[in-house]
Design a protein. Sequence first.
Length: 255
Amino acid sequence: MLIFLVLILQHMQQTEIWLTLIRFLSAFLLLFFAAYSDLKTRTVSDKIWVLMGVIGLLMLVIQYFSVGFETTAYLLVIPMMFGVAYLLFRVGVIFGGADAKALMSLSILVPFWPKIGNLFPLWASILPFPWVIFSNSIFLFLFIPFILIVINAFKKNLEFPYYLVGYKMSIDRARKSFVWPLERVDDKGERSFVWHPVSDEQIQEEFDRLEKLGRKMVWVTPKIPFMIPLLIGFILSFIVGDILYFVITSLASIW
């Protein structure tokens, strides 16, 4: 009987590992295609998120009838992440609808922390795994200002606060690029710093106003395709775990 129970446990562990690997490969491939599309066109087809959600639901059914769930309470992560993604979109933390849909779909496909033996992830936390994917992606954005500072310092363009979040570009080139203007001209012709994104029509209007003032160069900030840091954050979450949790606990232990 003991041998029989051991064999069952081993089979369940192997099944759980296979389910984890299938989830990882499915999410990786779909996020890779989404990142490529986002990089080239700044748009992502809804078909990717529908497919991700369908695969996620199928994996949940398979898991339920094979190894089961440690607790069904873990499934509450899915509606919770739906609400969080929608809220982040509404308040402007994430700008694109595809970004919100990506978080929602990931919450269905990978609602639980992965278990790949005792190897990965290195640093798990009590936070829901889909949220960790998002937080790791945001963590990567923290490096962008440092990169921009280096680039602008090299070009000797250090006008505060523009150099922290953007770079200078000719208006002609900016019209053809995936960028937002960081400068706005009011009715009196006075220039001001703006951060929040505007529509494509408003972007062209701002460039027109700046050109009328004789400006050839303008401060812009790139429309960073969020799917790229999301893909990297997803990989880091599976292998490394919760980066912010590790950083915070490490600093707390030092203090």
